[in-house]
Design a protein around this ligand. Sequence first.
Ligand SMILES: C[S@@+](CC[C@H](N)C(=O)[O-])C[C@H]1O[C@@H](n2cnc3c(N)ncnc32)[C@H](O)[C@@H]1O
Length: 267
Amino acid sequence: MNAFTDVDRSGRGPELLHYLDDAHRGLAAPKGVMRAGLDVPAGHDVLDLGCGAGHELVELERTGRCAFGADSSRLMLDASRQRLEALGLPVRLVRADAHRLPYADGVFAGCRVERLLQHVDDPAAVLAEAHRVLRPGGSLAVLEPDWATLALASEDPEAARIIADAVGGHVPHRRMGRQLRGLLVAAGFADVRVEVELVVYTSVTELSHVISLERAAHAAWTGGLIPQERAQVLLREQHLLSESGAFHATFQRTTVAWARRPPATGQ
Ligand SMILES: C[S@@+](CC[C@H](N)C(=O)[O-])C[C@H]1O[C@@H](n2cnc3c(N)ncnc32)[C@H](O)[C@@H]1O
């Protein structure tokens, strides 16, 4: 089971909370881009679907929005509550499965969904719920990775491709970034806009904050996709390139999409 699909039963709570703290810092730029495109004036209600440890609930409150958080994990909601209470901010949290939200139709002016869809059973059903709880004309912002976009410079491009293909193999929807536009259109959203962030990595260490080449290589050889020896040669090559300053990898780290629930007819 992928840990973020069921945090409470994963037995990895503290590690996942730490990961989200790191990501909040490391993803500051694309998160800022995502925030800037969420078209909701101060004083209006915004739902953070899959709110995790509440980092973005704080950001919403700081910009004058009324932040509501929904998450399936008790542990994540406890972390959100502590974060909000420590800052004296209002706590509006519910434990809920994003496939079946306990809100009436059309109650939110905005909704943000960050790094949730890749982990759920049915991303289309979750977006249908986001559409339902947004009021007509309401604004949606989504941020997801696309784990299948790592490209490595190598003397063995075939081995590099096989190992890159094994990145994020445990994530149920590892190509979510490139699927966002299609899913949003199919869910009935209008004004869909998508931006991709391409990051260049110049060392194995730098890349390791996002992707472990060792883990991907291990998954590739244990999955029978490549002989262990060939994968290990590639790993050695990548470490040598890194030590000499010649390492080059690119990765579409985030895809951000914005959309709107179409206004009611006559509006
Ligand atoms: C990778 S974390 C992202 C958290 C937060 N959005 C952020 O960007 O920091 C994914 C979150 O989705 C929650 N989650 C996973 N499946 C869910 C579901 N079916 N319904 C609601 N929340 C879910 C997890 O508990 C976790 O808090």
